[in-house]
Unconditional design. Sequence first.
Length: 399
Amino acid sequence: MRYNNFVNRVFWGLGMEFSRRDILRFAGSGFLAGLGSRFLFAEDALLPPADGRPNVHFRREARWYTKSKDGSVSCGLCPLHCTVAPGSRGACGVRENRGGVYYSLTWGSPCAVHVDPIEKKPLFHFRPGSRVYSFAAAGCNMSCKFCQNWDISQAAPDEMPSRALPPSALVPLVKSRKIDIIAFTYSEPTVSSEYVLDSASLARSEGIDTVTISNGFIEEAPLADLLRVLSAVKVDLKSFDDGFYRDICSARLKPVLDTLTRLAAAGTWFEIVYLVIPSLNDDMKMIASMSAWILKNLGASVPLHFTRFHPAYRLKNLPATPLSTLSRARQTALAEGLRFVYTGNVPGASGEDTFCPSCGKVLVERHEYHIMNVRLKNVSRNKKEASCEYCGAPVPGIW
């Protein structure tokens, strides 16, 4: 089964696949609402559609905002710091001011559900070979011109067919598949942080890990709240140039760097992905500067993934990243002193493997999303390193 469009993921858990036309037709008939209701628990009441929006299932007040006397609210979730008038939404499109109270429109309403390998996120040093139950809700606080998942990240929640799946139903669903990792991914989990926080809190009490696949564009207080319940985070560092962030992503670089330093200080396991886009962020001097910054501020052992760009969304005019560029980026980062540097979206390349930083032997051999061989010892889910089977050198990660 292929998943070329995220609409086809919506009811993956039911073993079904739909075209966009099918989904719109079913939505109009009320079919989706009937399917979604089977995932509700009694303590979570299904609301009538608000203002004719059938895909907004629950009323949940947002966190991390302040009220003003004029009825507007100030959002403190991300560095955009939106001031939102009554009846309006923040820039992310998924948080709405209703009469002076700010609401999340995506709580308990994922529009994409799928089981993935952890390597697809990619997280290479976090429980390799594991299956992950992936969930996504509509919306994002960036508008990257190259987004591969633009059909959900740039959509409003009432535009996307969604399942009514509160945390009290999500966690049992994951357990029923005998999976013990949840990922909030595909779109931007920051804008649905209430849903992530509540789900991860319940999941942790059931022995289930939760990870987020994020752009890192989040404020300090909500990040701190999330890190109390998250097991790992993958951050997309889209460039080491603020102009790129402003022109291509409608965001800024410094808040993302701040997030990375906060992750390092908190001791949360995290990995970094850098999508290499020809002519926009593939300058090797900039990549060397970024690698030096990572070494100084985050440490030599933070995994860094250079992944291949494929034309998408509003950057279809650019070519795919040459394999030679990815190789040069990897060698540049290694030369700056980083120990675990990978290349991605290039099946079969040696840049997928984990090498011992001491003896140079292959410790985790990968092919696409498959683990072919593991040469680690002293492996434990409860500590943040294992040992090289050959020389005994420590290898950071949650193995």
